[in-house]
Design a protein. Structure first.
Length: 671
């Protein structure tokens, strides 16, 4: 075949002959590709010569990685070609060649005859070999793999075994070597088995939890975790099982190697607490809450026992924590007290509502003389709380003026003297028991029992409902205590917002001389104005030593009391004989926390917001309680929480914190 584009040009024609012989070739030139006009033609005769028949003699079975001799015949010259499996080579030479066998045994020789024609002979001797199969190229720590060899006659493994099949359990990635014989050949084979690490798990131990509470389970030692039941993911999970449950975790480091572990949570029964209350109450009357269903009870004002009697100042929520009879589980119940401002509970004769019928009530009759209001349904002078509709105005102690109507006839006049005469010196609910009448300064404990391991508190009160301090600018006094029963350096005083220090502007002082059993205290105003009033001005805090006898007590008293007015005139004040507090070694079965290192409240004092901080990883419940025992705020947090207290009245409050049935308290001063 061929072509030419111009007259006179040369056209090359190529041909291929399939067999030797004489061939005639004719070339015809046309005027164009599409024309049948023949311009010229030429005919030639071609002789096709025969190529040599190349034969190869040599071993038909060889060993890997050996040199073997082969002889070619049928041609004049020879070129040999071979492959080792990793590369190819050629040998130009005679009829005899040394060919190297590698992992492959495929060779070829090209022979050229005297006439210049060549032919190629490709030959592949049988190569002795051994094959290895493995069940798993990668195993987990402690797991096994099976190596199986075939194709040989004898086997010798690097482990020393002569079996065709071996089972290995490598601790690290290992290369296994096999020496085998086949057709007189020794064959060396290798197989690598990698070892992947299995996670080493550390898991939360099995533990108990009270019904209704949460618990955090944690695992370490892997990169991913799946918990069952629930298919929960992560190194830590929070669970609240309704019944005793075992949790398993499956862990991985990213491969197929897994580890698992099991931890169990036993759910303990919590007490079922029922609280019964006396319902709505009139302003100034008491309400009684009675709890049942538990073994011991602690109320939100730190009172203990199944019954709580209080005089609520306003409507609010109260709480009680009951401990179980069978275990340490506790449960909180809340209840409401509704105080009706439309009525009052009057005790005939107690005109100033200070809890005691005395000649001071006669003075109240003069202060409220001729005041009128709704008459009581009953006009009896019997000594009992009697319902009365609220009047306009208040008596000197701040209670409703209906108390001044001692006989209940609807008018305050001399006729009310009969009730005072009939009930003189009688007291009613929650009148403080003091050894001296109307002292200028008194110590009032938070509760009648002091406990080991927590802060205990007593209030410092100037005057009382019937004793107002007048022309007061500052006060200095000593607090006396039995240092043999109190922890060294645990005593302190906190000055509260009060009539003496309404704007938190006083200069306050305290210095403890523990060896003397005294805390020296002083508080003085800075505005050059005298003040009149009464009530709590400070709190005394202390911790008891451990191991004190349960039948013992501690006495706290004030002494060396001096007041000063703006003219610099000092005068002594009277004090009561002190307060006696019984000692208990435990807080009614409840554990106490170190409230300084684990939970903090800041800033303190505060006007608007406080931040609660807990070192615990689990949920912390809180209740903010006022001095009447009323819960004004509640909630929970983990780690950190900021709460708004701007809507609360100024005063002193108690934070009750609970973490896993453990309680602790902190004081908060709201400016």
């Amino acid at each position: 075949t061929g072509s030419a584009s111009t007259i006179g040009s040369t056209c090359n024609i190529s041909t291929w002959c399939s067999a030797p012989g004489v061939y005639t070739i004719t070339g015809i030139a046309y005027a164009s590709n599409s024309s049948s006009v023949v311009l010229s033609s030429v005919t030639n005769t071609l002789l096709a010569l025969a190529g040599p028949t190349v034969s190869v003699a040599g071993p038909s079975t060889i060993c890997p990685n050996t040199v073997n001799t082969y002889t070619a015949s049928g041609a004049s010259t020879y070129t040999w070609f071979g492959s080792t499996g990793s590369g190819s080579y050629s040998i130009n030479g005679g009829a005899v060649a040394s060919m190297t066998a590698g992992l492959l045994a495929t060779f070829s020789v090209m022979g050229t005859g005297a006439n210049g024609c060549s032919n190629v002979n490709v030959f592949s001797p049988s190569l002795g070999s051994t094959s290895i199969t493995v069940s798993n190229n990668t195993v987990c720590t402690g797991s096994s793999a099976t190596l199986s060899a075939s194709g040989a006659i004898t086997y010798t493994w690097s482990t020393g075994s002569n079996a065709a099949v071996i089972v290995v359990t490598p601790t690290v990635t290992t290369v296994y070597t096999l020496n085998s014989t086949n057709s007189g050949c020794t064959i060396i084979s290798t197989q690598v088995i990698a070892v992947a690490s299995t996670p080493i798990l550390t898991l939360s131990p099995s533990q108990n939890i009270c019904s209704g509470n949460s618990l955090t389970l944690s695992a370490q030692g892997a990169s991913s975790y799946t918990w069952l039941p629930g298919n929960l993911l992560g190194s830590s999970i929070v669970v609240s099982p309704g019944s005793s449950t075992c949790y398993s975790v499956i862990a991985s480091n990213g491969g197929s190697c897994l580890a698992n572990a099991v931890t169990c949570v036993s759910v303990l029964a919590s007490p079922s607490i029922t609280v019964i209350n006396s319902g709505s109450v009139c302003s100034g009357s008491s309400v009684t809450f009675t709890a049942s269903g538990a073994n011991t009870y602690t109320w939100s004002n730190m009172s203990v026992g199944s019954t709580l009697n209080i005089i609520p100042v306003s409507s609010g929520i109260y709480s009680v924590i009951g401990s179980h009879t069978l275990n340490l589980c506790t449960k909180m119940a809340t209840m409401s007290a509704f105080v009706s401002p439309s009525c009052a509970m009057v005790w005939p004769g107690d005109a100033n509502r200070d809890g005691l019928v005395s000649n001071l009530d006669v003075l109240e009759l003069g202060l409220a003389a001729n005041a009128t209001g709704a008459a009581r349904t009953s006009t009896s002078n019997a000594w009992s709380g009697q319902y009365a509709s609220a009047w306009l105005g208040t008596v000197s102690t701040g209670w409703n003026k209906a108390h001044a109507d001692c006989n209940g006839d609807g008018v305050v006049n001399t006729n009310d003297n009969s009730a005072i005469t009939a009930n003189f010196a009688l007291t009613h609910s929650f009148k403080s028991n003091r050894t001296s009448a109307n002292p200028d300064i008194s110590i009032v404990p938070q509760q009648n029992v002091a406990y080991e391991g927590i802060w205990n508190k007593a209030d410092i009160v100037l005057g009382d409902a019937s004793n107002t301090m007048s022309q007061l600018y500052g006060i200095a006094f000593d607090l006396n205590y039995d240092q043999s029963k109190i922890q060294t350096d645990s005593v302190k005083i906190i000055y509260a917002a009060s009539f003496l220090n309404a704007n938190n502007q006083n200069i306050d002082f305290s210095k403890a001389i523990f060896a003397n059993g005294k805390l020296y205290c002083a508080s003085v105003r800075v505005d050059h104005s005298n003040i009149n009033g009464n009530g709590k001005i400070a709190e005394f805090w202390y911790k008891l030593k451990k191991g004190l006898p349960l039948n013992s007590s501690i006495v706290i008293s004030a002494g060396n009391v001096q007041k000063v007015n703006t003219n610099g005139v000092l005068s002594g004040l009277s004090n009561d004989a002190g307060t006696t507090v019984n000692i208990s070694s435990n807080l009614t079965g409840l554990k106490a926390l170190n409230q300084i290192s684990l939970i903090s409240v800041s800033p303190n004092p505060s006007n608007y917001q406080v931040t609660l901080t807990s070192d615990f990883n689990s949920k912390t419940n809180y209740h903010l309680i006022d001095l009447t025992g009323r819960c004004v705020l509640s909630g929970d947090f983990t780690g950190l929480k900021t709460i708004d207290i701007s809507g609360l009245a100024a005063g002193v409050y108690v934070f009750d914190f609970e973490i896993n049935q453990i309680h602790t308290q902190q004081k908060l001063i709201k400016n």
